[in-house]
Design a binder for this molecule. Structure first.
Ligand SMILES: [Zn+2]
Length: 85
């Protein structure tokens, strides 16, 4: 099946972006049923935001470790929340 470039509208910034034939093929291969809702810029931005939410500085991590030393069950709870990856 041949794919053709498609123009979609980003739901984040409202700009039009191209869902290229190659990307459509990739999506089809992976079995994704939904078309991308956001342009590449917005997707990159969201990815950066998600990365920024992880603990960034070593000192906050050290505090977490000390906190965990107090109660083992707390460490499990933190791990579940993804704070202590
Ligand atoms: Zn966008």
């Amino acid at each position: 099946m041949a794919f053709e470039d498609k123009t979609l509208v980003c739901k984040e910034c409202g700009k039009e972006f191209t869902f290229t034939a190659g990307e459509q093929e990739f999506y089809a291969e992976k079995g994704f049923e939904n078309e991308p809702a956001r342009c590449r810029d917005c997707r990159d931005k969201r990815r950066a935001q998600t990365a920024a939410r992880r603990p960034r500085c070593p000192s906050s991590r050290r505090m977490t470790v000390r906190f965990i030393a107090v109660t083992a069950s707390t460490s499990i709870a933190l791990r579940r929340k993804g704070i202590f990856a």
